[in-house]
Structures are given as structure tokens and as C-alpha cells.
Write a protein that binds this ligand. Structure first.
Ligand SMILES: NC(=O)c1ccc[n+]([C@@H]2O[C@H](COP(=O)([O-])OP(=O)(O)OC[C@H]3O[C@@H](n4cnc5c(N)ncnc54)[C@H](OP(=O)(O)O)[C@@H]3O)[C@@H](O)[C@H]2O)c1
Length: 285
């Protein structure tokens, strides 16, 4: 059994890794800071099963390159947990000119799934998105999927966490007939490094509220539950919190919005990567 887990070098992802490592034969960790990851895994029992893949999820060229390296080492994936993410100052863009919240929390993972698709389908994988209850305050993004016009840190975060659920649902509408399952989850309000790259006022607010947050280990519980519970006991496409099925916002259930986000994401990757984007790739096959 093979696992791919993003955002394993801190907080919820690290605790998810510790719990899941014994359950898998090989564990692929896309990481943006390789030396940090190397130090962290050094003393882990079972570290020989871990393969680090250099990948900054906010940079599509890196995602594409990292995914190619991953798939050259593994043609069958059973679980993919899209956990990496965070809150970034509204309006801040990546080197590729993509809003950083959009790129890190959504587009990088979207591209990762596209690139790993043959291995995900071969493994009849479950693809798990770490979303947030913050999705409930999201405004309808259909006029600006890219978030370029939004310059508010919190509202951009709410929208990208909405995207995690829309992506989950659109993914199963396209691939469940081929055995793929997908879930989204809220981990709880968790005491992690979350928010360390946010704007100053958002950082201050998070630091204060962290006093009341749960531990990273408790925050990883729903991710671990969705990765290990028999699929027959889970709802494909479901949104979970506290290891239980929950009803997300009305916007998160809007399948037209999900389709619009998917189409926009394909176009945006094509714009950034040119001929190397997923749409062009299909045409070239
Ligand atoms: N904490 C909460 O209360 C809470 C609540 C709801 C949802 N969530 C969600 O839970 C997930 C995990 O967050 P956390 O609380 O565990 O935060 P965290 O401690 O800050 O961990 C975030 C992880 O994502 C990685 N990451 C961030 N940007 C990346 C990039 N561009 N490329 C590759 N990796 C990147 C980080 O890598 P580095 O180690 O290199 O920084 C780190 O491993 C996020 O999706 C977050 O939105 C958290």
C-alpha cells in the first residue's frame, strides 16, 4: 500500500504521518523544505519507507516536476492526502503570478491529482482534502475564481477551503465510476504553525485564539480516520468533522460551481505551464 501526503513537515500533517507510517509499505512526502524534512524523519521508526519529493505546491512547474519524479517511482497510489496549506496575505502572488492562497491550497493540489491520476486510478485511491469550517463564510467566487480581485486574507482563505470541498465532489463526479473515492474534512481548530505566513493582524488574531485550540494529534484524527476506515463505511464525496459526516455550506454543494472551478483550474495551469498543462497534454496524447 502506498501513501502520498502533503504538508507532513508540521502540525496536522506531521501527526498524520506518525500515525499512518506503520500502515503503508511506501510513503511519498512532497515537501518544499527538504532539509527540514530530512531532519524531522531522521529518528522515525520506518523512515526507510519514506521517499521525499521536492515540491513547492504554490509553483506549478515544481508540482509538475515533483509529480513526474513521484510517478516514476510509484505507479499505484492507494491514499493521497492533500493536507498542505495555510493563510497568506490577501493579494500576494507566487512567482508564477498566481494568488498564493489559491496556488497553495487549491491549484497545486489540483495539478498534483491530474499528474498522479494514472497511479491513483490504478490504486483505486482515496483522495482526501484537508478543508476547513472557514469555507462556510466564503462568498460566491464564480466571478473571480483566481482570487486576484480579492485582497482580504480571511475571505481568500475561506474561498480556497470551499474549493477543497468543490474539488472533492467534482473529482468523484468524474472518476468514481473508475473506483476513485474522495473526501474532505475539517480537522478542528488546531494549535499548529498555521497562520505563520498570514498578514500581521491575522497572525495576531490566530495567536490569541490558539489558546483554545486542540493539539495537532487530535487535529489529525479525522484525516487518519478517512485514510484507514473501510470505504464501505464512508460516504464517497462526504465532508467530515470529528470523524463524522457533516453537511457543508450550500455553495459547497453547488455542482455548477465545482465544474466552473475545475474548468478554470485547467485553463490557469495551461496559462502558466503552456504546452505542459494537463489540457494540452491530453490533446498531445
Ligand atoms: N490549524 C488549524 O486550526 C486548521 C483548521 C482548519 C484547517 N486547517 C488546514 O489544515 C492543513 C494543515 O495545516 P496545519 O494547521 O497543520 O498548518 P502548519 O503547521 O502550518 O502546516 C502546514 C504544512 O503545509 C506545508 N506547506 C505550506 N505551504 C506549502 C507549499 N507552498 N508547498 C509545500 N508545502 C507547503 C508546510 O510546510 P513547511 O513545514 O515547509 O512550512 C507544512 O508542512 C491546512 O490545509 C490548513 O488549511 C488547519
Amino acid at each position: 500500500m502506498n501513501l502520498v501526503l502533503t504538508g507532513s513537515t508540521s502540525g496536522i500533517g506531521w501527526e498524520t504521518l506518525l500515525a499512518l507510517l506503520p500502515h503503508f509499505d511506501r510513503v511519498f512526502l512532497p515537501v518544499r523544505n527538504q532539509s527540514k524534512a530530512e531532519k524531522l524523519i531522521q529518528s522515525l521508526q520506518g523512515k526507510e519507507k519514506i521517499i521525499l519529493i521536492p515540491m513547492d505546491l504554490s509553483l506549478m512547474a515544481e508540482v509538475k516536476k515533483g509529480a513526474a519524479s513521484l510517478i516514476s517511482q510509484c505507479d499505484e497510489i492507494h491514499v493521497l492526502i492533500n493536507n498542505a496549506g495555510g493563510m497568506y496575505p490577501g493579494g500576494k502572488c507566487s512567482e508564477e503570478g498566481i494568488d498564493l492562497s489559491f496556488a497553495t491550497n487549491h491549484l497545486g493540489h489540483f495539478l498534483l491529482v491530474q499528474e498522479l491520476l494514472p497511479a491513483l486510478l490504478k490504486g483505486k485511491a482515496r483522495v482526501i482534502q484537508v478543508s476547513s469550517e472557514a469555507h462556510r463564510i466564503a462568498q460566491n467566487p464564480s466571478k473571480d475564481f483566481s482570487l486576484k480581485k480579492s485582497s482580504n486574507t480571511v475571505s481568500a482563505y475561506a474561498i480556497v477551503k470551499l474549493y477543497n470541498i468543490l474539488f472533492t465532489k467534482e473529482l468523484i463526479s468524474r472518476y468514481s465510476s473508475e473506483g476513485l473515492t474522495s473526501y474532505a474534512l475539517h480537522p478542528g481548530a488546531v494549535r499548529t504553525a498555521f497562520g505563520s505566513e498570514a498578514s500581521a493582524w491575522a497572525k495576531g488574531l490566530i495567536a490569541f485564539t490558539k489558546l483554545f485550540f486542540i493539539s495537532p494529534k487530535a487535529g489529525a484524527a479525522t484525516s487518519i480516520f478517512l485514510a484507514t476506515t473501510p470505504k464501505e463505511s464512508l460516504k464517497n464525496g462526504g465532508y467530515y468533522k470529528n470523524k463524522k459526516l457533516s453537511i457543508p455550506s450550500t455553495l459547497a454543494l453547488d455542482s455548477q460551481l465545482g465544474k466552473g472551478l475545475w474548468d478554470f483550474s485547467v485553463k490557469e495551469i495551461g496559462r502558466v505551464l503552456g504546452n505542459a498543462g494537463p489540457e494540452k497534454q491530453e490533446e498531445n496524447d
